[in-house]
Design a protein around this ligand. Structure first.
Ligand SMILES: [Zn+2]
Length: 239
């Protein structure tokens, strides 16, 4: 269905699309995204639009798969393409957080245990210090189920964004997480190190000794994200 009633935000620099494709592949390469997670960015020229792949495994996403949506997660020009059921996570995160320009939804494997217990997922390493304030956890039953634990409408997406509040990461009970940031490199860093920190914290917990978490006054936003981005992009894009 072509939806002529939703105007496009306009053409997007191919380099921006290239980075969105790379983000998807980097997170798949590192096992953060399985065959179903997704990455999106806000449209650079229109804050009421966002860009997300058609429904496709993240490891296979290409520039031609990128579609444009409004904040209700209706497509600007669907062209018969299959869309992610859970795209509402993105639309409502962009609506709720004007400071956010990039969103990841993943089923990050080591995060799941922290979504089903009251064990807090907090930073234990400097590089994951964006987690110093902890992660709120979304309980989808609070807003009502539609398809298992999946977020398949705006009401559920808005409830998730409300639980996220002003934080960088929200957990989703028995499902995964929502990660947001001001830009694509930062959201990839956060999604990846949320998984790494969860692995390291699970190891620390296995020692059954008191844990010293990174405190909020120790937290520091990483400065040179471009260094890791260049390596990850080269690896994931096979260049
Ligand atoms: Zn999901």
């Amino acid at each position: 269905m072509s939806n002529a009633s939703i105007p496009s935000g306009g053409p997007v620099d191919p380099a921006v699309i290239d980075d969105l494709v790379a983000a998807s592949r980097i997170l798949a390469h590192h096992g953060v995204l399985d065959a179903w997670g997704h990455v999106s960015i806000r449209h650079p020229k229109n804050p009421e639009r966002y860009l997300l792949s058609r429904a496709r495994a993240p490891a296979l996403v290409e520039a031609g798969d990128i579609m444009e949506f409004d904040l209700n997660s209706d497509p600007v020009d669907q062209q018969g393409r299959r869309m992610f059921l859970e795209r509402y996570i993105h639309g409502e995160a962009f609506r709720a957080r004007p400071d956010v320009n990039a969103v990841v939804h993943s089923h990050s494997p080591t995060v799941i245990p922290f979504t089903v217990t009251d064990e807090p997922l907090k930073a234990i390493s400097h590089i994951a210090s964006f987690l110093a304030g902890g992660c709120p956890c979304f309980e989808i039953r609070d807003v009502g189920l539609t398809q298992g634990l999946l977020v398949t409408n705006n009401k559920q997406g808005a409830a998730l964004a409300k639980v996220l509040g002003d934080k960088p990461v929200a957990l989703m009970r028995g499902h995964g997480n929502l990660v947001v940031a001001s830009d694509i490199q930062r959201v990839v860093h956060r999604a990846l190190y949320t998984e790494v920190n969860a692995q390291q914290l699970a190891t620390a917990l296995s020692f059954r000794r008191p844990i010293k978490y990174v405190t909020e006054d120790e937290a520091q936003d990483p400065k040179r994200l471009g260094d890791s981005w260049d390596v990850w992009k080269a690896e994931a894009m096979g260049k």
